[in-house]
Design a protein around this ligand. Structure first.
Ligand SMILES: Cc1cc2nc3c(=O)[nH]c(=O)nc-3n(C[C@H](O)[C@H](O)[C@H](O)COP(=O)(O)OP(=O)(O)OC[C@H]3O[C@@H](n4cnc5c(N)ncnc54)[C@H](O)[C@@H]3O)c2cc1C
Length: 379
């Protein structure tokens, strides 16, 4: 199984490439300095149909599935975009799927449609200051009070949390740490809900990241996604697409860095010869290319199985780890091949080197993926 490159997908690649060339590349450095992308970028991407890829037309999306989203991610990075840009512009890819799957027309009309139209921004808040890997240990609590929940707690490292108009929030439906989770949509502006801090980071500079605080925030029961005690299973179900998206960002970043390194090694001469003329350098490039391609092939295979409805939790975890390992190796080697220039902000490879570091942490760390794999092996 793999991703078949149909004429529609070739068009999607061209559309994405044109979007990046026209709407992203001239501005990306400025967004990196500003610490966020402008809201107008979401509207532009929505008008082109890019924001809605992978979401059904019945909820305001553009149709297509996970495999089409992968094509968009690949092409954004191949065209000179970055994983940080994807995190900022496609945060709805993690904020919306739970709402869409619930089939709740009210939530879909109020949050999904405007977000896919680029006029509203959403975020997903699971991680807490006391620990993100243990989702069952969530302590942000929602106490029922008539038609409302009263929410108390805090979240951290939330992508697009500074800009988001609403946050799909994992809360404890019983007592703190009980493991009985619910998902609530909490709106910015609700009394008691504050963005504590914009977090400064190693990479993903154009993607804002926030700490969120909830003090006696009243959230209508109508904003609950699905039945009260199904939060944990819902979160777990949607981790597959998030992990495959991060895996795609990883191998696509690796592929882009191979291209950048090849270009550099052809142009750069030392001791009277281009770097690419030396066997040691060519073998290094060959090894980088091999790792990136092997990761791409495996992620494609696993994504195609997920899209076909196969329950491949272990394989998704392996795909993420394989792609992240390839990426880590390649970004480091590509920067080294650029010499001193690779260390400068002027070098695109420098951004990929910094951006790549989060891919083995977000969406479940490499160690947590290994736990899943070990369980899948019966260990
Ligand atoms: C830039 C950025 C964006 C993010 N965006 C979001 C977002 O939008 N929404 C959101 O909810 N979260 C987000 N996160 C949080 C991210 O998902 C968590 O950081 C990640 O899941 C790890 O959780 P933690 O940081 O609490 O680490 P911890 O859980 O404290 O883990 C610390 C270390 O211990 C290891 N470890 C933990 N448990 C075990 C174990 N049982 N066995 C072996 N090793 C273990 C981990 O692998 C890790 O190396 C983001 C983080 C960053 C940095």
């Amino acid at each position: 199984m793999t991703i078949v490159d149909t004429p529609e997908r070739r068009q999607l690649r061209e559309l994405t490439r044109a979007f990046v060339t026209r709407e992203v590349l001239p501005y990306l450095d400025g967004w990196e300095r500003a610490g966020e992308v402008p809201r107008s970028l979401h509207e532009t991407a929505a008008k082109l149909g890019l924001l809605g890829i992978g979401f059904p037309e019945s909820v305001g999306g553009s149709g297509g599935n996970l495999l089409d989203s992968i094509i968009v991610t690949e092409e954004i990075i191949r065209s000179g975009g970055s994983s940080g840009l994807i995190a900022a512009l496609f945060t709805h890819g993690i904020a919306l799927p739970h709402l869409v799957a619930s089939g709740n027309d009210d939530l879909i009309d109020r949050y999904v449609r405007p977000t896919l139209a680029g006029t509203m921004l959403g975020a997903l808040a699971i991680t807490e200051p006391d620990g993100g890997s243990d989702v069952a240990g969530i302590r942000t609590c929602a106490r029922r009070d008539g038609d409302h929940y009263v929410v108390n707690g805090s979240k951290t490292y939330i992508t697009s949390g500074v800009r988001a108009d609403f946050v799909t929030t994992a809360v404890c439906a019983d007592f703190p740490g009980s493991g009985e989770l619910a998902l609530l949509v909490i709106e910015k502006g609700a009394p008691g809900f504050t963005v504590g801090r914009r977090l400064e980071k190693l990479g993903w500079h154009c993607s804002d990241t926030a700490e969120l605080s909830f003090v006696d925030v009243r959230v209508p029961v109508a904003n609950r996604i699905g039945p009260e005690d199904t939060g944990f299973i819902t979160i777990m179900q949607h981790f597959a697409t998030e992990r495959l998206s991060l895996a795609t960002q990883a191998y696509a970043t690796a592929q882009r860095c191979v291209e950048l390194a090849i270009r550099w090694c052809r142009d750069r001469s030392t001791f009277g010869r281009p770097l690419a003329g030396r066997q040691l350098i060519r073998h290094r490039l060959a090894e980088m290319h091999t790792r990136a391609e092997a990761a791409r092939a495996y992620v494609h295979e696993v994504a195609a199985r997920v899209a076909a409805g196969e329950p491949v939790v272990t394989e998704v975890a392996m795909a993420k780890n394989v792609a992240v390992a390839a990426c880590d190796h390649v970004v480091d080697a590509a920067l080294q091949l650029h010499g001193g220039f690779g260390y400068l902000r002027d070098a695109e490879v420098e951004r990929h080197y910094r951006d790549a570091r989060i891919l083995g942490i977000g969406g479940g760390t490499t160690e947590i993926m290994n736990e899943i794999i070990a369980k899948g092996m019966g260990l």
